[in-house]
Design a protein around this ligand. Structure first.
Ligand SMILES: Nc1ncnc2c1ncn2[C@@H]1O[C@H](COP(=O)(O)OP(=O)(O)OP(=O)(O)O)[C@@H](O)[C@H]1O
Length: 592
């Protein structure tokens, strides 16, 4: 009695149903326009608009219980057992919903296919004519509806768009594609191309994707995003469009799951993809992995002495850099910290820029400031941040420019060359000259070599000079273009103290002594190393901070005493000069 009208089966039934629906809508619309006041009408239309506006496109992150294994997945509605865990869909299958009464998912078979089959194609001439007639009638109806309801300008815009769409679709020949299948395993071992693609594609994830897999194992520092099954990533290489799809299949319940990537592109670029693109993907993934998981090493010269007269042979020998310093633990002003991090980020991203302007891809930093202000800690933080190895070159152990060159050319790319206490090189030069004029090492030899051959035979090099006395440096070192960034590592600031207190005692400005300490630090020249030493004396914040207050007060009275004596001596000197009748009356002593 209340049965729904029967579904149209043949194309002609479909078209006539469609035509009567369109006619009804037109009728309702014209009645609504006549009978309903305009305000109410626009209100009703806005409700329709709300109902039919597509929902915002969501992104689903899949967070597995185990990395690389699939038990349950977290989706916005809670933990779900992924359908492929028990009954993996086959490639190309639509994601069928489970039948409520039966927990087994529907599998696509011929019986199911018949349920969703398209309307029957007309087979007799009379069926063809009636289908054609109703199609033509519908077209006319649609056309007259459009002509009546859509303004002329909009209409002509729609027609020209449809025309251009048709034209471009039919005039562009379809590319004949080639698909490379990159299996996870290759003759019982892991396929390196698969692993490389997996790493590489992480960097190609774009906002159009709506489902990603996310994970992190204890060895990894950062969360890793990977491509989820069925998602396509489009990459471009030398104007070639490459489409990557991640596929997962399980031919039957007994066999294990098979994972692979499909890489699809125009067949005519086969050689280029094999010879250039895939090697590029492998190289990029290596770089990414090195940065992700790389152990940072510090290289120093070993001190093997050549009894045969060759002096110190000193090749580089390395060990793991255990320095825990990071930008988070460094007591530096936040703006300076940000400036350094931004500068490093920009440097590593600018390969193309350096190539374009014809400059070697290197960056020079000069760190200067009193001992204990964190120059070495900053170098370690930079190395840990970039995952660059450190080559620590002690100038005093060098005896000739030729040895220096040998050492420099054996440093690797993506590394930091550190030359500490550069102001001491002058002394060393004199000492070496005394022994032999032929085995001379000079600062200008070092600088020339760094600017010239060394920097052009490697990539992504950072060079850091440190000094406690910037004023004593050879002007050649400060020449513009030599050191790109000069960083003044100064005494501890109240902000620096807060970072140290949080690192060492886990207090965050909430101790009663903090205010007094910050006031004292502002007026005292105390290095972060001195503050750190006081904070390490006890795990009890009351004792450690109490000790720091005493230390700061003592240091402050010593400083005052020293400047009082200095002032007195300067005044004495002035008055003796004045007594002799010579010299200028001056206030310089006060300034000193
Ligand atoms: N800015 C800082 N932030 C955090 N800790 C610091 C800082 N400065 C110094 N320290 C602490 O003091 C110790 C010594 O500092 P560091 O060796 O980095 O100073 P430096 O300026 O390189 O000294 P030098 O000129 O004598 O080599 C570090 O191990 C660290 O614990």
């Amino acid at each position: 009695m209340f049965a729904l009208p029967e579904m149209p089966k043949t194309p002609s039934q479909w078209f006539s149903a469609y035509a009567s629906l369109a006619g009804t809508i037109m009728l309702i619309r014209s009645m609504a326009d006549q009978l309903i006041p305009e305000q109410l009408r626009s209100y009703i239309y806005s409700i329709f608009h709300y109902l039919f506006t597509p929902l915002p496109s969501d992104l689903t992150l899949v967070i597995d219980e185990q990395c690389g294994d699939y038990i349950y997945i977290w989706e916005s509605n809670g933990w779900n057992e992924p359908s492929y865990y028990k009954n993996p869909p086959r490639v190309g299958e639509p994601n069928l919903k489970r039948d409520q009464s039966n927990s087994e998912p529907l599998l696509l078979d011929s019986a199911a296919m018949s349920k969703f089959s398209l309307p029957k194609i007309p087979s007799t001439p009379s069926e063809f004519f009636s289908a054609y007639a109703s199609l033509a009638g519908t077209m006319m109806l649609v056309r007259s509806v459009i002509d009546q309801f859509i303004p002329h300008q909009v209409r002509s815009y729609i027609y020209s768009y449809i025309y251009s769409l048709f034209q471009s679709y039919f005039s562009t020949p379809l590319p004949s594609n080639l698909t490379l299948v990159i299996d996870e395993r290759c003759e019982h071992t892991r396929n390196q191309v698969y692993d490389a693609a997996q790493t590489y594609l992480r960097t190609k994830i774009d906002p159009s994707m709506d489902r990603l897999r996310i994970g992190k194992n204890p060895q990894q520092k950062n969360l890793t995003l990977t491509v989820e099954e069925g998602q396509q990533i489009v990459d471009f290489f030398d104007n070639i469009e490459l489409k990557w799809t991640f596929v997962r299949t399980q031919p039957n319940k007994q066999s294990s799951e098979k994972r692979y990537f499909d890489l699809r592109f125009d067949k005519k670029f086969k050689d280029k993809v094999l010879d250039s693109y895939l090697p590029y993907v492998m190289a990029r993934s290596k770089e990414i992995k090195e940065k992700d998981e790389k152990i940072v090493r510090i290289y120093t010269r070993d001190s093997v002495y050549d009894e045969g007269g060759g002096g110190y042979r000193g090749e580089w020998s390395s060990m793991k850099l255990e320095h825990p310093s990071t930008f988070d633990t460094l007591a530096l002003d936040p703006e300076m910290k940000k400036m350094i991090i931004d500068d490093l980020d920009r440097f590593v991203k600018r390969k193309e820029f350096y190539k374009r302007v014809g400059k070697a891809w290197k960056r020079g930093y000069l760190l200067y400031g009193p001992p204990g202000t964190g120059k070495s800690s900053l170098i370690a933080a930079m190395a840990n941040y970039l995952k660059f190895d450190i080559f620590d070159l002690e100038l005093t152990s060098l005896d000739s420019n030729s040895r220096l060159r040998k050492l420099l050319v054996s440093t690797s790319n993506r590394s930091i060359l550190v030359i500490e206490d550069i102001d001491c090189s002058g002394t060393m030069k004199v000492r070496k000259k005394r022994y032999s004029s032929t085995s001379e090492f000079t600062l200008s030899g070092l600088l020339n070599f760094i600017d010239g051959l060394w920097s052009s035979c490697g990539d992504e090099r950072i060079i850091i000079f440190t000094t406690n006395h910037k004023d004593r440096l050879d002007p050649a070192l400060l020449r513009p273009g030599r050191m790109d960034v000069h960083i003044n590592m100064s005494y501890c600031s109240p902000h620096g103290f807060k970072i140290l207190a949080s690192n060492y005692l886990d207090i965050h400005g909430n101790h009663p002594l903090c205010g007094e300490i910050e006031g004292l630090i502002e007026k005292t020249e105390v290095t972060p190393a001195e503050v750190a030493e006081q904070l390490m004396r006890s795990d009890d914040p009351d004792i450690a901070l109490g000790g720091l207050v005493t230390f700061l007060k003592g240091k402050r009275s010593k400083d005052e005493e020293a400047s009082r004596i200095e002032l007195e001596e300067a005044t004495k000197e002035d008055s003796s000069k004045g007594a002799g009748g010579g010299g200028e009356p001056t206030s310089v002593a006060i300034n000193s």
